[in-house]
Design a protein around this ligand. Structure first.
Ligand code: SIN
Ligand code: FE2
Length: 232
């Protein structure tokens, strides 16, 4: 997406928090800004809860969760799978977006419509009115799993935002700065919360603190996170 993305990014910069949440469907006094270009939309995914649960199960039965290797030779504690035209994959050679599941050679499962619809609505809350994700990374955090600070930068066009959906047990999201050494904000996220970052916040470092043992009806003792992106 070209000029539309640029306009959306510019509108993020120009828009005040009050205007940002002006549309009735996103007006909620629990929503808040993490920095210019990044918002937490509390409970935004709750209306989609049932559809999301069914869809996650369907995706995981076609493309099972797996612990990928990092280029540094580590095994990730977070279990991952993907859906959509592209999936994010990591192995000892590096990271990339792949149209196929390296475990089977088959295309990733299709993007469930509930994922795409939710992402479109959440992105619109930040002024990104035409967000059409083509990749969804599905993360499963079991107790003890964590995700170290990183930037999402394998996508082609940084004018497109990132939409991140938290499901299941709570976790502490770490939202850092544009440099790895910037001390991150600790943001508790619960089932149904959605974080969107784009524009001036698009390349902020972020991660997830080690998951505590707890339970939630959505996925037992696990946290499921959907990260929706425009990869290509
Ligand atoms: C990610 O950065 O890929 C996931 C973030 C999260 O699980 O909240
Ligand atoms: Fe990320």
């Amino acid at each position: 997406m070209g000029p539309r993305g640029a306009a959306a990014a510019a509108s993020v910069i120009a828009t005040s928090t009050r205007e940002l949440f002006a549309p009735a469907h996103v007006a909620d006094d629990r929503h808040f800004e993490l920095c210019e270009g990044a918002v937490v939309l509390r409970g935004f995914a709750l209306p989609f809860e049932r559809a999301l649960g069914l869809a996650v199960r369907e995706v995981a039965s076609a493309a099972p969760f797996r612990h990928m290797q990092t280029p540094g030779g580590y095994t990730m504690s977070v279990a991952m799978t993907n859906c959509g035209a592209y999936g994010w994959v990591s192995d000892t050679r590096g990271y990339c977006y792949s149209p196929t599941d390296p475990d089977t050679g088959a295309p990733w499962p299709e993007m469930p419509s509930a994922f795409a619809e939710l992402a479109r609505g959440a992105a619109a809350a930040l002024g990104f009115t035409d967000f059409v994700p083509d990749a969804c990374l599905v993360n499963r955090y079991d107790p003890g799993a964590r995700l170290t600070l990183h930037q999402d930068k394998d996508e082609r066009d940084f004018r497109e935002p990132i939409v991140s959906v938290s499901l299941g047990v709570p976790a502490v999201f770490l939202f850092g700065g544009l440099k790895r050494k910037d001390r991150p904000q600790r943001v508790p996220l619960e089932h149904g919360d959605v974080v969107v970052w784009g524009g001036p916040a698009r390349l902020r470092y972020h991660g997830v603190a080690k998951l505590d043992e707890s339970r939630h009806p959505f996925a037992g003792n696990a946290r499921i996170n959907l990260t929706l992106r425009r990869a290509r």
